[in-house]
Design a protein around this ligand. Structure first.
Ligand code: FAD
Length: 409
């Protein structure tokens, strides 16, 4: 069967934070980019909402910050959690040496739409919505493109580099059969909305009590709630009935008592399966994985989006000179992994520590305030350490290359 073939320099599979940021950065310098996104729009509810100071600093460097902050958002300058009814300040961003000393909360679809609109201003950028990668095209050992489909219509994209930015269930990494190290997660997340009164504020991002754990994010006229449950327990929770589930919500967040009855069906509650893993090798000739496709992140501390964006910036900084000099080699791909492996390792180990010392005991009903939290409560200056880790990550990246592409008028 003859299939339509598109030729480009770089095909990015996945229009999430990693893929859209990389697409924007490469298109800015005139590199021909095609992003494939399998869904017709970015409007899905299972995405995290946190844009950290490190990502805001990248937008500042790209002179996009002012425009971005004009989008409706909330700003969080420090983080507190409530453990066994006690509010504990955990992270303070006020000392960070960056333009925005806060986390911006806004629905991720707004962030992705923003990146897409900015990227579309460059003539070498194209994003194909509703286009799903289904296989890789090989020439002997080298990947030379992607087989995709839009609706029932298959098509090929041939290119110098394929970037797998297609998230935790990456088709690119599956087709490459890259060796994977699974680090494990003791929990899954139940994701639902409950209404919010005008100006109603929550002072703690997370609430943890014996056997219960919930995160609440303010989103305009509703709270996005993430109720944490032991891994694979959703069916058991369903069998206990909605009444019991609503009671658990009120136990951990009594303020929701007057509206929890709005949850009338399990269809309103989505299961998000948590995985934490890391590829041992992120690349092969002609292809590299970044973001969650290279290392699926736990939702703990909400750093996954920002780590994915950092991967994209590091990748762009290494790929741009290689593309512009027509000298892209496997060494460049190896440099990307080398640069991003350590920050990934550190972040995932901190997440595992939190999983083992806070989440697991809490879900088993054996909760007490862990000693690092006691120290944070007692010595305010220590809150700068989580502030730095959460706000900036282990190796913050900034775009190094100036604008070269022509902006479409
Ligand atoms: C329950 C939960 C809550 C979280 N909350 C937060 C949070 O608040 N803050 C935070 O920073 N992180 C959070 N994370 C982590 C965060 O969601 C990820 O780390 C981050 O989204 C990774 O970005 P990415 O671009 O690598 O991948 P993704 O965001 O997964 O994007 C991948 C994209 O690729 C597309 N795609 C997939 N397959 C194909 C295909 N075959 N062809 C074409 N397109 C494809 C997908 O549709 C998607 O748009 C959370 C994770 C979980 C599980």
């Amino acid at each position: 069967m003859d299939v339509n073939t598109i030729k480009t320099q770089c095909c990015i599979v996945g229009g999430g934070p990693a893929g859209m940021m990389l697409g924007l950065l490469l298109a800015r310098v005139g590199i021909h980019i095609t992003v494939l996104e399998k869904w017709p729009d970015f409007f899905r509810d299972f995405r995290g909402d946190t844009i950290h100071p490190s990502t805001l600093q990248i937008l500042h460097t790209l002179e996009l910050l002012e425009k971005f902050l004009a989008l409706p958002h909330n700003e969080m300058r420090n983080i507190s959690v409530t453990i066994c009814g006690e509010q504990i300040p955990v992270a303070d961003f006020s000392h960070l040496n960056v333009y925005c000393k806060f986390i911006a909360f806004l629905p991720q679809w707004d962030f992705l739409n923003f990146l897409a609109e900015e990227a579309k201003k460059y003539p070498t950028f194209s994003v194909m919505m509703g286009a799903e990668a289904i296989d890789l095209i090989r020439d002997n050992e080298k990947i030379i493109g992607v087989r995709a489909k839009k609706g029932d219509e298959p098509f090929d994209i041939t290119c110098d580099l394929v970037v797998g930015a297609d998230g935790r269930h990456s088709v690119v990494r599956e087709k490459l059969q890259l060796p994977l190290k699974t680090l494990g997660a003791p929990m899954d997340v139940l994701w639902f909305r409950l209404s919010r009164y005008e100006n109603e504020a929550i002072h703690s991002l997370g609430r943890i009590d014996a056997g219960k754990m919930m995160v609440m994010i303010e989103r305009g006229d509703y709270f996005q709630c993430a109720f944490v449950v032991p891994k694979d327990d959703f069916e058991k929770i369903k069998s206990e009935g909605l009444d019991q589930f609503r009671k658990k919500i009120v136990d951990i967040a009594p303020m929701l008592k007057d509206r929890v009855h709005a949850l009338t069906s399990w269809d309103q509650i989505k299961l998000l399966v948590v995985t934490v893993d890391c590829l041992k090798k992120w690349y092969q000739p002609g292809v590299i994985c970044i973001g969650d496709a290279a290392h699926a992140m736990s939702p703990i501390a909400g750093v996954g989006i920002n780590l994915a964006v950092q991967d994209a910036v590091a990748a762009a900084n290494i790929l741009i000179p290689a593309f512009l000099n027509y000298a892209l080699s496997i060494d460049d791909l190896s440099k990307i992994q080398k640069r991003r492996l350590l920050p990934t390792y550190i972040t995932q180990r901190v997440q595992l520590f939190m999983q083992n010392h806070l989440v697991s005991p809490a879900l088993q009903g054996k909760i007490s305030v862990p000693w690092p939290f006691k120290l944070l409560q007692k010595f305010p200056f220590l809150r700068r350490i989580p502030g730095r880790m959460i706000g900036m990550g282990a190796r913050p990246e900034l775009p190094q290359h100036k604008l070269r592409g022509n902006v479409c008028q």
